[in-house]
Design a protein around this ligand. Structure first.
Ligand SMILES: NC(=O)c1ccc[n+]([C@@H]2O[C@H](COP(=O)([O-])OP(=O)(O)OC[C@H]3O[C@@H](n4cnc5c(N)ncnc54)[C@H](O)[C@@H]3O)[C@@H](O)[C@H]2O)c1
Ligand SMILES: O=c1ccn([C@@H]2O[C@H](COP(=O)(O)OP(=O)(O)O[C@H]3O[C@H](CO)[C@@H](O)[C@H](O)[C@H]3O)[C@@H](O)[C@H]2O)c(=O)[nH]1
Length: 334
């Protein structure tokens, strides 16, 4: 059985990844410092609680296990916070990743998958955004992820470390079986916030600006189900393990479909109404640093990895997230 190390596997996307890998016959070890993750999400692997900054812990982990590959989800990932606390972002996302890569190189572990982001592109020059689009991040979060992308290129040529950077657009949805889902504190993502407004955990959803150059004036994003993100990781892993992928590669991951903030709210209103729930919408100022439109061109992932998103219906995405939200809002979990 091949053993995979998931860094950040107690978080939103990493926990879904652990479940998919475990269900596909891999042995999973999770390293997580539980800074934004949750022990109860790390159900599908052996959890080691610890920090990436702890080189001794990493050395022991790699000495006592034989990892076929490493998936790295751990990061600080709040765009706004990164503007006022850039040091935290460069330390956690860049310096700590370097720690990890150096231990991998020392132990001859060659296969690495990295969670990158659409935020590495900055203000789009054109959409949909393919891999040829210039990368000019406009915040330290995006810059920190781009630095790792760059480091991975050099580590591939100098040390033979093979890697895949997967640049997610807007991760959303939840485990279709209802066991796992998003629980960030603070939550900043649109879909969970809209659903919290419906469940009563939040008073209302605020629309950040209606004066963008889009059809209805609200921002357009490419919402990609967490299960589909994980299936792309699974395919990338297979290709790394079989050495079909070598060097440092990068793929954009999205559905290629744009939904406006208003369209998301409308879709959510329909889903929650089936169970008699409603939600209140309020107007708010634009949030600094939000581009009007971010949509992915994921052709490369489709042709080279054989990836095909399964949950591209926004209704299905919202239904899965709503099932999870109802569980979070139930009195037993409060
Ligand atoms: N959620 C999105 O829409 C989105 C979009 C693009 C990219 N990403 C990237 O995907 C990855 C996962 O995102 P998520 O939403 O699941 O985040 P998350 O915060 O839910 O998960 C990150 C996990 O990493 C852990 N962690 C952080 N720093 C650590 C450290 N130094 N040592 C050990 N563990 C540490 C946290 O405790 C948490 O469990 C991140 O790298 C993020 O930047 C997310
Ligand atoms: O209460 C809210 C929250 C969000 N929005 C809007 O909803 C859209 C989506 O926002 P959000 O869910 O915060 O996602 P993004 O800001 O698009 O960023 C996500 O997607 C990026 C890639 O596209 C990743 O890099 C980031 O990590 C991830 O947070 C944006 O237009 C926001 O202005 C609102 O109107 N009201």
């Amino acid at each position: 059985m091949q053993q995979i190390l998931i860094i950040g596997g107690a978080g939103y996307i990493g926990s879904h990844m652990a479940k998919q890998l475990a269900n596909n016959g891999y042995r999973v070890t999770i390293l997580d410092n539980l800074s934004t993750g949750h022990k109860q999400l790390a159900q599908y692997g052996k959890l080691v609680v610890g920090d990436l900054a702890d080189t001794n812990l990493l050395e022991n982990l790699f000495s006592n296990n034989t990892f076929s590959g490493v998936m790295h989800f751990a990061a600080s990932s709040l765009v706004g916070e990164s503007m006022v606390e850039p040091a935290k972002y460069y330390r956690n996302n860049v310096a700590n990743t370097l720690n990890l890569l150096d231990v991998m190189v020392r132990h001859g572990v060659k296969n690495f998958i990295f969670s990158s982001t659409a935020a590495t592109f900055g203000e789009p020059e054109y959409t949909p955004i393919d891999e040829r689009h210039p990368q000019n991040p406009i915040n330290p979060y995006g810059a920190s992820k781009l630095m790792v992308e760059r480091i991975l290129q050099d580590y591939a040529s100098a040390y033979g470390l093979n890697s895949v950077c997967l640049r997610y657009f807007n991760a959303c949805g939840a485990d279709p079986a209802g066991e796992l889902g998003e629980c960030h504190e603070p939550e900043t993502h649109l879909i969970p916030l809209v659903l919290q407004a419906a469940s009563g955990r939040r008073e209302c959803i605020k629309v950040f600006g209606r004066d963008y150059a889009t059809d209805d004036g609200t921002c357009v994003r490419d919402y990609i189900h967490v299960e589909d993100l994980c299936s792309a990781h699974g395919l990338a892993l297979q290709q790394l393990l079989s050495q079909h992928i070598q060097g440092a590669q990068a793929y954009n991951l999205g559905n290629g479909l744009g939904f406006s903030v208003q369209q998301i709210i409308d879709a959510a209103i329909k889903v929650v109404a089936e169970q008699g729930y409603q939600l209140k919408v309020e107007e708010a100022e634009r949030r600094a640093g939000d581009p009007a439109v971010l949509v992915a061109d994921a052709t490369r992932a489709k042709t080279e990895l054989g990836w095909q998103p399964k949950f591209d219906s926004i209704d299905t995405i919202i239904r899965h997230a709503w099932q999870w939200e109802l569980k979070q809002a139930s009195p037993r979990n409060r």
